[in-house]
Ligand binder design. Structure first.
Ligand SMILES: *Cc1c(COP(=O)(O)O)cnc(C)c1O
Length: 463
């Protein structure tokens, strides 16, 4: 949720109609390391990513352009892997944040497993040669074809999400003479976002089986009764962009209580507990994500305490960070097309992309950090709004930011922390071809996903 939409302090209605004043303009030139990828630098005023200058990237690949800092992504993957390795816990990268064949290979090379939640994501993972046994398959409405393929290729964990799916899975597995390992997804009534979480008794959402209603207990009974489905544990995912572990604590306590009930009722001790993803990143310098090591110690400590209190053996833990790996590694480069001063209010800076390559601002009111990327400027800061080229007044990429007052058509701007949920949520709205995605590393850029063309769009239009 945007802190501009719900300002903590007094509103400045006479100064800015809807918003608090944005951050002070010290990040006009400075690249705050909390927000920018590890290799981001200013060289002669120009933004350089992975050793490649913004102008060279734009000249070679065009704009709008998704740029992914491979070293940054890999380092974050490694940090998670290392942080959880003492407990022999599994780290699944949540592929829905950003998935290409190259990204899947990096994830595998860094020793992580992979979550997918559709046949398409599974296809990308398999095309990359990702070992099926290291893949977890999510989804609240997996099709017969998706489930059949997951069983046939030997996906390591299927996370079951409905009674219909339990039946479907039992039938498909029986037909194949297979017994897939599954987790039952439970909803704990905990919903966490940023610093706040809500712990309620009712679970008004489409995912999982509610603990509070008894649905989760019934799901466990049915899976245990199913001959061709092997229950290995529980799964709980509580939200996104979470900055502390208080919500996980409540969720873990509820899940552990449930493990105790299952044990008492059935004698079964479930060996695995997947706590999901949702670990936050810094979109703006004020955001303060926890380090993976702190998260690991905290989550493992919580589950260990709860299990000791309940006299249960410690289950094998899994986590599923998506945004935390891909988000900070990505930067979007745009070229400025028009600069329009709305007298007395702010200046609208329009770029050659928008809500089709980054829907998050329109969808969630997300905040972002943006800088002039192609050159240095001594011009004073100018209150701006970065907007796209779509036919929607809500086509906003950054609500409030300061850009140098001399920003002009032809300049490049860069938006930080766009690695997660931008490429993966991109659309062709207004028939804009989707941007290319390139990886940068050691002074070289490499296309991972090529830019769409009008021919690509027309090829599908067969009418
Ligand atoms: C979305 C999702 C994740 C990843 O969430 P992030 O906020 O990107 O870490 C992990 N697990 C499940 C089940 C999800 O739905």
């Amino acid at each position: 949720m945007s802190r501009y939409a719900h300002p903590a302090g007094p509103r400045h209605a006479d100064v800015l109609p809807e918003d608090n004043p944005p951050r002070p303009p010290h990040d006009l030139i400075e690249l705050d390391p909390r927000v920018w990828p590890a290799t981001a630098r200013r060289v002669d005023g120009e933004l350089v990513l992975g050793g490649v200058g913004a102008s060279a990237l734009a000249a070679e690949h065009g704009t709008a352009l998704y740029v992914l800092d491979e070293d940054d992504f890999r380092a974050r993957a490694r940090d998670y892997r290392t942080a959880f390795s003492d407990a022999d816990a599994d780290v699944y990268y949540a592929g829905k944040a950003l998935l290409t064949k190259a990204v899947a290979r990096w994830v595998h090379e860094e020793g992580l497993k992979l979550d997918v939640c559709s046949g398409g994501e599974l296809a990308v993972a398999l095309a990359a040669g990702f070992p099926a046994a290291h893949i977890g398959m999510h989804g609240n409405n997996k099709s017969e074809a998706e489930l059949a393929r997951a069983i046939d290729v030997g996906v390591g964990r299927i996370i079951v999400d409905s009674f219909d799916e339990i039946e479907r899975l039992e039938r498909l597995a029986a037909e194949r003479g297979r017994v897939p390992d599954v987790l039952v997804r439970v909803t704990t009534g905990v919903e966490a976002h940023t610093h706040e979480f809500v712990a309620t008794a009712h679970d008004d959402q489409k995912f999982g089986f509610a603990l509070s209603t008894g649905a989760a207990a019934e799901a466990v009974r049915r899976v245990l009764a199913a001959e061709h489905v092997n229950l290995v544990g529980l799964h709980s995912h509580i939200g996104s962009q979470i900055f502390d572990t208080a919500g996980f604590e409540v969720a873990a306590r509820r899940v552990t209580a449930f493990l105790t009930t299952i044990h008492a009722e059935t004698g079964v001790v479930l060996p695995e507990l997947d706590l999901g993803g949702g670990l936050g990143i810094a979109y703006v310098p004020d955001d303060a994500p926890l380090a993976p090591k702190t998260i690991a110690e905290s989550l493992l400590g919580i589950v260990r305490r709860e299990c000791e209190a309940a006299d249960l053996p410690m289950p094998r833990i899994a986590v599923e960070p998506g945004r935390a790996l891909a988000g900070p590694a990505g930067v979007t480069l745009y070229r400025v097309g028009t600069v329009k001063d709305v007298e007395g209010i702010r200046t609208y800076v329009s770029v050659d992309g928008g809500m089709s390559d980054n829907i998050r601002t329109a969808l969630y009111g997300s905040e972002y950090t943006c800088v002039l990327a192609s050159r240095a400027s001594d011009a004073p800061p100018m209150l701006s709004r970065l907007v796209g080229k779509h036919c929607e007044s809500g086509d906003i990429i950054v609500h409030d930011l300061y850009l140098p007052a001399d920003v002009r058509p032809g300049d490049l701007v860069a938006v930080a922390a766009t690695g997660a949920y931008c490429h993966s949520m991109a659309s062709n709205y207004n028939h804009l071809p989707r941007p290319a995605l390139v990886a940068v590393r050691g002074g070289v850029s490499r296309t991972l996903v090529r830019r769409e063309t009008e021919e690509d769009l027309l090829r599908l239009d067969v009418g």
